[in-house]
Design a binder for this molecule. Structure first.
Ligand code: FAD
Ligand code: DHB
Length: 388
């Protein structure tokens, strides 16, 4: 079979790209290793930047976001004693939208059939071939039978562990990585949130109070990477949240049984270039941010925005330069989001080697943020998302 663009991976990046290309008349096929329900079972991001919402708007797929999403005008940093509110609306004129990645993915999946998208789930052994040529192709299996899909371009939207990035030879690539000595233990529960806005707390140890709706809460604490989820009963997580979120928030925590509980490792990672020959990379396949600052999904959305513009320019106007420019354009925004996520991670977590000096530096920085509108503006500008 032949198409114009093969997209590997049907996470948010792959699905969003498929919709944007289809809307512009570019043919594509999406190959996903997992089943649809499995993709929807992964609980991840919860905060959307305006760029992500506006892409959904452009596709006319924003009805549920508008109806069920929670627009937030601010969020809080907590130092154990007080809440430092970052009024993102007043400081930037923008809001963020609290809306689960699962729901965004569901909206994109539900619209795929009606809009004639070609998605192939449970595609095995996806392998990329001839990516340096103008006629790359992908082989894969469906129910054990080998298939081949030819294309003009392949876009790797297959996350950190997918095969696309590995198809770029080491001789032309560079990667940059920091692995953090802790992960985030997340808990989802059908209880009202403890606060109407998010709280990122560093009361000696990290905690995040987030939400999915007025009756569904999402909380995180950091734990050493050696911890096993089996050792964290719900009560143990709630006890820890009580301590770490500080007395003001803790007073309003409603406990309840977890409906999901997992540990995600934290990593900063950037792979350059994000295009090689006829292969483009988008989202987690090219870069990972630690979740502090909620940038991962939003970066995937901005990559997809740049990639779709480049591919549409290629197929409409034969503009090959647009495709060549993709990597530099995307990376400029990626590195700024990496910087923000890394700096917020350093500010809000205790590293194993940190001593009293490092702790005092964190306290001093939080105190500075509390007293400086300039510092708050810088955080707000990054949190709502830098311009594309
Ligand atoms: P993925 O979602 O990883 O999708 C990749 C897809 O490719 C998957 O469906 C996978 O099955 C498929 N695939 C993999 N290998 C193959 C293969 N061999 N063949 C075919 N298909 C394959 N980001 C935010 O912006 N805001 C947040 O609030 C936020 N919070 C987070 C909280 C947690 C706990 C975690 C873990 C992440 C969070 N993120 C957040 C990050 C965000 O979830 C990711 O950045 C986002 O999922 C990236 O989307 P993607 O489509 O690039 O990759
Ligand atoms: C959520 C995740 C994040 O990484 C973050 O910074 C804020 C909220 C969430 O899952 O709700």
């Amino acid at each position: 079979m032949k198409t114009q663009v093969v997209i590997v991976g049907a996470g948010p990046a792959g699905l969003l790209l498929a919709h944007l290309l289809k809307a512009e008349g570019v043919d594509c096929v999406v190959l996903e290793r997992q089943s649809g329900p499995y993709v929807l079972s992964r609980i991840r991001a919860g905060v959307l930047e305006q760029i992500t919402v506006s892409l959904m708007e452009r596709l006319g797929l924003d009805a549920r976001i508008k109806a069920e999403g929670l627009p937030h005008d601010g969020f809080n940093l907590a130092d154990g004693e007080r809440l430092i509110r970052i009024d993102i609306k007043a400081l930037t004129g923008k809001q963020v939208m609290v809306y689960g990645q699962t729901e965004l993915t569901r909206d994109l999946m539900d619209a795929a059939g009606p809009r004639g998208l070609h998605l192939i789930y449970e595609a095995g052994d996806v392998t990329l071939h001839d990516v340096e040529s103008d006629a790359p192709f992908v082989t894969y299996t469906v129910e054990g039978a080998e298939q081949r899909m030819d294309a003009r371009f392949i876009v790797g939207c297959d996350g950190f562990h997918g095969p696309s990035r590995q198809s770029i030879p080491a001789s032309v690539a560079r990667s940059f990585e920091r692995v953090y000595p802790f992960g985030w233990l997340g808990i989802l529960a059908d209880v009202p949130p403890c606060n109407h806005e998010l709280i990122y707390a560093n009361h000696d140890r990290f905690a995040l109070a987030s939400q999915r709706s007025p009756v569904r809460s999402r909380y995180y604490i950091d734990v050493p990477t050696t911890e096993r989820i089996e050792d964290w009963s719900d009560d143990r997580v709630w006890d820890e949240l009580n301590i770490r979120l500080g007395p003001e928030a803790a007073a309003h925590i409603t406990r309840g049984p977890s409906i999901e509980k997992s540990i995600a490792p934290l990593r900063s990672f950037v792979f350059e270039p994000m295009r090689h020959g006829s292969l483009l990379l988008c989202g987690d396949s090219a870069h990972i941010v630690p979740p502090t600052g909620a940038k991962g999904l939003n970066l995937a959305a901005s990559d997809v925005h740049y990639a779709s513009e480049a591919l549409v320019a290629y197929f409409r106007k034969n503009d090959a330069d647009a495709v060549v420019a993709y990597s530099d354009k995307a990376l400029a925004r990626v590195w700024k989001a990496e910087r923000f996520s890394w700096s917020l991670t350093k500010l809000m977590h205790r590293f194993p080697d940190d001593g009293p000096f490092e702790r005092r530096m964190q306290v001093a920085e939080l105190d500075y943020i509390a007293s400086s509108e300039a510092a708050q503006r810088s955080i707000a500008e990054n949190y709502v998302g830098l311009p594309v």
